[in-house]
Design a protein. Structure first.
Length: 269
């Protein structure tokens, strides 16, 4: 019905008077909006987040990773005042999750220049907080704008993390193909490299022989164990192969003075 009844108009007038009274007392209307918004959609400034360090009189205990804010009150013994990770509270210290630098210079949100492995570590921590702590919103700044939309910095970081995961997967596949050798070295006896069915932490049904592996873009080589029989890696169904495993891989080189099929190699000083 147009305009509503007298009761509705009276209620609206009371609400209007109440709102005017609150504004007159310096009340920030955004506080009501924060209460009404679902937790995942709250937007906090850096100054607001800094109030959530768990100290007496403060409203709670929060931290942020890549701009995502989590309530870590249940982990107070770790993140609260005096805790081992108290430096992470009340701020976005994404870089520290990768570097372990808990000095003021390291407790920052700048993740530029980190290695693929370090970026993957930040992603793992973000997944950890999503699993174990309640998300409460987003931090306006480097990774989210004032409307809560992702910034270019966040999109670049996420793209780099995807590349980091791809890099890790490739490294894991390479490790399965070429497990690292066991090794020891002494100034008196020189070096010794040898292979076993557990070397490099890779359990397998073959032992292999030591070889130098040169990876594109990497400096120098490192010792890996190489299969000596069967089809080359990635060609399990190949019927036309030399039954030499991966010995003919072009990135491998034999150690001087070692028998080509020896399971260990001793290098004199």
């Amino acid at each position: 019905r147009g305009g509503g009844g007298p009761m509705w108009r009276g209620a609206a007038a009371l609400l209007g008077l109440g709102a005017a009274w609150l504004l007159g007392r310096g009340f920030d209307p955004r506080a009501w909006l924060l209460l009404l918004l679902p937790p995942r959609h709250r937007l906090l400034s850096a100054a607001e987040l800094a109030r959530y360090r768990g100290a007496a009189g403060q409203p709670g205990l929060y931290l942020a990773v890549l701009g995502r804010v989590f309530d870590v009150e249940s982990g107070r013994k770790h993140y609260g005042p005096g805790g081992a990770y108290s430096g992470l509270a009340g701020r976005d210290a994404s870089r520290a999750f990768a570097t372990g630098d808990f000095t003021p210079a390291g407790l920052v949100d700048d993740v530029s220049g980190l290695s693929p492995g370090q970026l993957a570590a930040i992603r793992s921590w973000l997944s950890f907080y999503r699993r174990h702590y309640r998300p409460v919103g987003k931090l306006v700044g480097r990774f989210y704008d004032e409307n809560g939309a992702p910034t270019e910095a966040l999109m670049q970081a996420e793209a780099a993390m995807e590349e980091a995961l791809k890099f890790q997967a490739e490294n894991e596949q390479r490790k399965q193909q070429f497990p690292p050798c066991n090794s020891e070295w002494s100034s008196a006896g020189g070096g010794r490299f040898w292979c076993s069915r557990q070397s490099g932490g890779v359990s397998r049904d073959w032992t292999g022989v030591p070889r130098k592996l040169y990876q594109p873009g990497a400096r120098g080589s490192h010792c890996v164990c190489v299969r000596t029989a069967g089809p080359p890696w990635g060609q399990p169904d190949s019927s036309e192969h030399s039954d030499r495993g991966d010995l003919d891989n072009p990135h491998l080189e034999e150690y001087d003075g070692c028998h080509p099929l020896a399971e260990q190699c001793v290098l004199a000083v």
